[in-house]
Design a protein around this ligand. Structure first.
Ligand SMILES: Nc1nc2c(ncn2[C@@H]2O[C@H](COP(=O)(O)OP(=O)(O)OP(=O)(O)O)[C@@H](O)[C@H]2O)c(=O)[nH]1
Length: 393
């Protein structure tokens, strides 16, 4: 492939990639990250087309102006991609990389004025790009931090692809710099060798496509995670919602029955919750519910399931717990809530009904819930702030 064909391919693909990024922005105009990414795509396509055009035909001042504008907007497109990634990972915006763009333009202009050759210009261009590649790489690597991070998977395919893209781009630019220092003829048009075409056009093209794909992927991965969470999680308490609780509970029950293992179901209700609402207001009531869910979750293991059954009722499923362990978990849950320091400064208690499916027994989900509900009713009737055990008939 000759350099001209390769550069046309590069320009066409960059145009398509910018159209995709602009399309994502148009369908999600409120998302700040897609605004940056669309800007990045448009700048990249513009700069590549401009550079290709001036390389092909212009001379003198027009060529120099085209190279200056093209290279500066290519650099700015990388800064925009990085800014979009920062916004996506909910990090504060930074202004100083945009200042670098101005400094870069001034230095590049000075090199052109001094009639610097391709290799000399490459030192500046590649050095500056390495800095942005590093920033983007670190952004992909660190990802979300803080409380937000817990809601999303730490490592995703999109992040992996993003990191790979930055490593490829960085490596190819370094290789280009090293080779052009010793064998500048590899890159000299019109005799550019196949290696030159690969390093200047084809591999960077692959890397930048991979980067665009990674940005789209991390974005859609999060959309899907959010959609999944909205469909399965209770907004207030972050416990599973009732539909998901029943789905998971039935699955765990089928598993326990088929493996002849035990399983414990706890039905939990907050004591005198109406008083809390009446005395402190519904907002405090809401916070109490969220805190109780957090306390209950802290006392569950990884494979256990906690859901909000409705109102101030929760349900927890513990696979593999026998009668003795179920008694211990019942006492632990009651004690943990009672000992928790709630924001409104009052003690809050819960009552619970527990039912244990013994190994070899078979029961339906509804029958287990019914048994636990009867046990809960006994706990309430016998003074609250306690749990009672039911036995599967
Ligand atoms: N703040 C708030 N209150 C809720 C929510 N869901 C249900 N409630 C309230 O929870 C209260 C439940 O009251 P009751 O069923 O009488 O039960 P209780 O006062 O806890 O009494 P016992 O269960 O007998 O100990 C009602 O006042 C509901 O309005 C919610 O999401 N937020």
């Amino acid at each position: 492939m000759n350099p001209f064909t390769a550069s046309i391919a590069l320009a066409i693909v960059q145009l398509c990639s910018s159209l995709i990024m602009a399309g994502v922005f148009l369908s999600t105009p409120t998302e700040r990250c897609t605004r940056y990414w669309a800007l990045s795509g448009v700048l990249a396509a513009f700069s590549i087309c401009l550079i290709v055009l001036v390389q092909a035909g212009s001379t003198g001042i027009w060529r120099a102006a085209g190279l200056l504008v093209g290279n500066t907007s290519l650099f700015a497109s990388c800064i925009a991609a990085w800014s979009g990634l920062r916004s996506f990972y909910q990090r504060p915006a930074r202004w100083w990389p945009w200042l670098f763009t101005v400094v870069y333009a001034v230095l590049f202009g000075a090199l052109l004025a001094m009639d610097a050759n391709f290799t000399q210009r490459s030192y500046l261009a590649i050095g500056a790009m390495q800095l942005v590649f590093f920033l983007v790489l670190m952004e992909f690597k660190t990802g979300l931090s803080g409380p937000q991070a817990r809601r999303y998977a730490r490592w995703t395919f999109g992040r992996g692809i993003g990191i790979a893209a930055m490593i490829i781009l960085s490596a190819v630019y370094i290789a280009r710099l090293v080779i052009s220092s010793f064998h500048p003829e590899v890159f000299e048009p019109p005799r550019m060798s196949d290696l030159g075409v690969a390093l200047v056009y084809l591999i960077p093209l692959g890397g930048s496509l991979l980067l665009s794909a990674a940005l789209l992927m991390v974005y859609f991965e999060r959309l899907v995670a959010d959609k999944q969470r909205l469909a399965t999680e209770d907004e207030l308490t972050r416990a599973l919602n009732r539909r998901e609780l029943v789905r998971c509970g039935e699955h765990m029950l089928r598993d326990a029955v088929s493996k002849s293992s035990s399983l414990t179901l706890a039905f939990i209700d907050v004591d005198h919750f109406k008083h809390i609402n009446d005395r402190f207001g519904h907002l405090v009531g809401d916070r109490v519910l969220a805190s109780i869910a957090a306390v209950l979750r802290e006392n569950c293991r990884d494979g256990d399931v906690l859901g909000r059954y409705g109102g101030e009722e929760f349900c927890a499923v513990f696979p593999g717990l026998n009668q003795f362990e179920a008694n211990r978990i019942g006492a632990r849950l009651i004690e943990a809530v009672r000992d928790h320091a709630f924001d409104h400064g009052q003690t809050v208690t819960i009552s619970a009904g527990l039912v244990v499916l013994q190994p070899g027994q078979s029961q339906t989900w509804d029958a287990l819930v019914h048994q636990a509900d009867i046990a809960l009713y006994r706990a309430k009737a016998e003074g609250r702030n306690a749990f009672r055990m039911a036995q599967v008939a």
